[in-house]
Design a protein around this ligand. Sequence first.
Ligand SMILES: *Cc1c(COP(=O)(O)O)cnc(C)c1O
Length: 390
Amino acid sequence: MSHPAKYFSELIISGLQSVVGNRKVALHEPSFTGNEWLYVKECLDSTYVSSVGKFVTRFESDLTSYTGAKHAVAVVNGTAGLHLALLLAGVGHNDEVLMPALTFVATANAVSYCSAMPHLVDCNPENLGFFVEKTREYLSDTTEQRAGQCINKTTGRVIRAMVPMHTFGHPVDIEGCLRLAKDFNVQFVEDAAESLGSLYDGKHTGTFGQSGVLSFNGNKIVTTGGGGAILTNDEKLAKKAKHLSTTAKLPHAWHYVHDECGYNYRMPNINAALGCAQLENLPEFIAKKRNLFNKYYNCFKDKAGVSLVHEPEKSRSNYWLQTLELDIADEKEQNKILYAVNEAGFMVRPPWKLMNTLQPYRNVPAMNLDEAKRLATTLVNLPSSQGLLG
Ligand SMILES: *Cc1c(COP(=O)(O)O)cnc(C)c1O
């Protein structure tokens, strides 16, 4: 039997009060407790705030040491990173790209920037991400292999790639994704925008696919103001990504020669300076997020009708955004709960609207999305800042 909205809002409010105290709390705030001021000041003092300076190279090298990826290319934001990663996966005009219906719009937009079309996949409730088994069955029924390409039998288009996303920092079934990509001849690019610090099978997310993309937006686990990075173990791909992200300019002391239509996607030095300082604190941020998860977990574990989302099998999650799953029936109930808890001063929010409900993606191909639909109304993100408990 399910409970009325009032039961859930009171339960969540008293739970949050016991964990974080009785005060106004944001959903996610960055912390600048390390060398941020020092490194940014160094940029200003040196005047190297833009496209020249040592911090971009250092940030890229720090990212490779931390993630274990062979190469990292820093870019202006995660969306730009996804755009380049998809172009480099060969995604182009009239292609389709498999991606979760439950994601931030950037995943779908990046596909559109390549003149391709998102093809929406349902959500696995075990990890809130790409539903591998269901997609395998669906592709077996709806696609055929022609000359080594995966063809959508309904639309006639090539399904070029798949872009699983590690929702709220929880890794998807990466092993299943790798097998699926191989069996159906599609490229595998990871949207790891939310999962810096999350591991699958002991290895960093974003390092399994042909490439993986991180985001350092203001609300992510570390921030560069705005920023992103492409991770890859493929040296050629890394060089190409760097080239495309720097207007495809050939190196020369004074001549401006560009050998293709590139992009101005390079991360500025001042943003990279912030990133270097943030990465130094990442292990501490992750420990604090895990501690917050444990506190929330103990608080909600014996309560009827709610469960806190925890890291999936074989994974170690960065616990970027803490998430409660509520046993509620519909969006109206969800809205009542969101209204009451926000009104009490705790910023909580639902997941994103499913991509197929957004104007630009209303008519894109999609499989049955029952689980994603259910999760979009039953999940609620709780205040998750690393600095929340001091
Ligand atoms: C944050 C995010 C991105 C990238 O966002 P930017 O703001 O462009 O850095 C992409 N996908 C998902 C799922 C995200 O959460």
